[in-house]
Design a protein around this ligand. Structure first.
Ligand code: MF3
Ligand code: CO
Ligand code: CO
Length: 349
């Protein structure tokens, strides 16, 4: 694939001339393709694949997960999903760092930034903290974080596509530290806050929090999906079924399996010492999805919006504890407050 001429439309789909759009980023080598061509263009939707640059290097002194070189995490171990006190301490540390990286990256989201630039920002922060970015080479994933824009449900690969005003993007950060993974994500607004997108993002966040509140020791794990599905349905949204929450620890994904919809058969008991994620993906339209030809990017079948939030929890005898808690409200709430503050000021002026 050759690059467009200076006055041709940019390959990213912005509609702008190449010279006014990605010519500079390409010239700096920030969107160097590792594949000969950009990924096959999907038939519809708002998001087109861009170039995927090379995976970023991790200093040798950083403790890597077993798949870092081979891409293969190996068979799912039967490791008990109840953690020892030492493992719990390491989980606290890893998840705290995941939160630091997530807080750092979401503050850089703005119209014009590429998802690969967000990957660079998150990667630099992760290694500065002495951690390994868990997605990198996990089953061959090419980048350090997942960035899922608009109709992308999850596992979006950071690439040379620039974010546009009015879009939404989920940034999903997982880090490996002290031998454990910590995993969290938030959906945020890019510039202008579209009212329909806002309602969806709010609902997805509420769904996650209600799912977490239902994660009580002694209860079956399907209470989580029951709470999430009821709330999403009330708002007129659907819950993604093909992707779930998961146990997490020395392995990125392990037992238990955490469905975000109600399944009467999923009656695994929630026990103190378990650590798992709750990460519902909530769709405006159908819950059905398909995967781009890159083998990763999951999109809604109808290309309507999807939003997601994720926390990693520790189950204590008293109830769920957020290992990836932030200090203060999630970033999208701060964006809304800022926009409303600005509107009030403008009205008062
Ligand atoms: N962080 C995602 C999750 O919440 C998993 C990403 S796997 C990757 O489970 F390979 F796509 F990075
Ligand atoms: Co995640
Ligand atoms: Co997860």
């Amino acid at each position: 694939m050759s690059l467009p001429g200076r006055n041709d439309p940019c390959w990213c789909g912005s509609g702008k001339k190449y010279k006014k759009c990605h010519l500079d980023t390409d010239a700096r080598g920030e969107s160097t393709p590792t594949t000969a061509a950009p990924r096959a263009a999907p038939a519809k939707g708002t998001v087109r694949p861009g170039f995927v640059g090379a995976g970023r290097p991790v200093p040798v002194e950083i403790w890597r997960p077993p798949y870092a070189e081979t891409g293969d995490p190996g068979p799912r171990t039967k490791r008990s999903c109840v953690k020892t006190p030492d493992e719990i301490e390491a989980m606290r540390a890893a998840n705290k760092l995941a939160r630091v990286v997530l807080d750092h990256v979401v503050r850089h989201v703005r119209p014009g930034i590429t998802t690969d630039e967000l990957d660079a920002i998150a990667h630099a922060k992760t290694i500065e903290l002495g951690a390994y970015p868990s997605p990198l080479n996990y089953h061959g994933f090419p980048k350090s974080i997942c960035t899922s824009v608009n109709e992308v449900i999850c596992h979006g690969i950071p690439d040379s596509r620039a974010l546009n005003d009015g879009e939404i993007v989920n940034c999903d950060i997982t880090v490996y530290y002290q031998g454990m993974h910590g995993d969290c994500s938030e959906t945020v607004f890019v510039g202008r806050i579209d009212p329909e997108a806002r309602r969806l993002v709010e609902c997805a966040y509420e769904c996650m929090m209600l799912g977490i509140k239902a994660a009580l020791p002694g209860r079956p794990i399907n209470e989580i999906g029951r709470a999430i599905e009821a709330h999403a349905k009330k708002a007129g949204y659907s819950v993604v079924r093909e992707f779930s929450g998961h146990g997490i620890g020395a392995d990125f994904h392990m037992e238990p399996h955490v469905l975000h919809y109600f399944d009467r058969a999923a009656r695994t008991r929630i026990d103190p010492g378990m650590t798992f994620t709750v990460e519902p993906m909530i769709n405006q339209g159908t819950w059905r999805s398909e995967i781009w030809e890159d083998g990763w990017t999951a999109v809604t079948l109808d290309r309507k919006l999807s939003a997601q939030f994720e926390h990693t929890l520790l189950i204590t005898p008293q109830g769920p504890e957020l290992l990836t808690a932030g200090d203060g409200p999630p970033w999208f709430r701060r964006q809304i407050a800022a926009a409303e503050g600005a509107a009030v000021e403008a009205a008062g002026a």
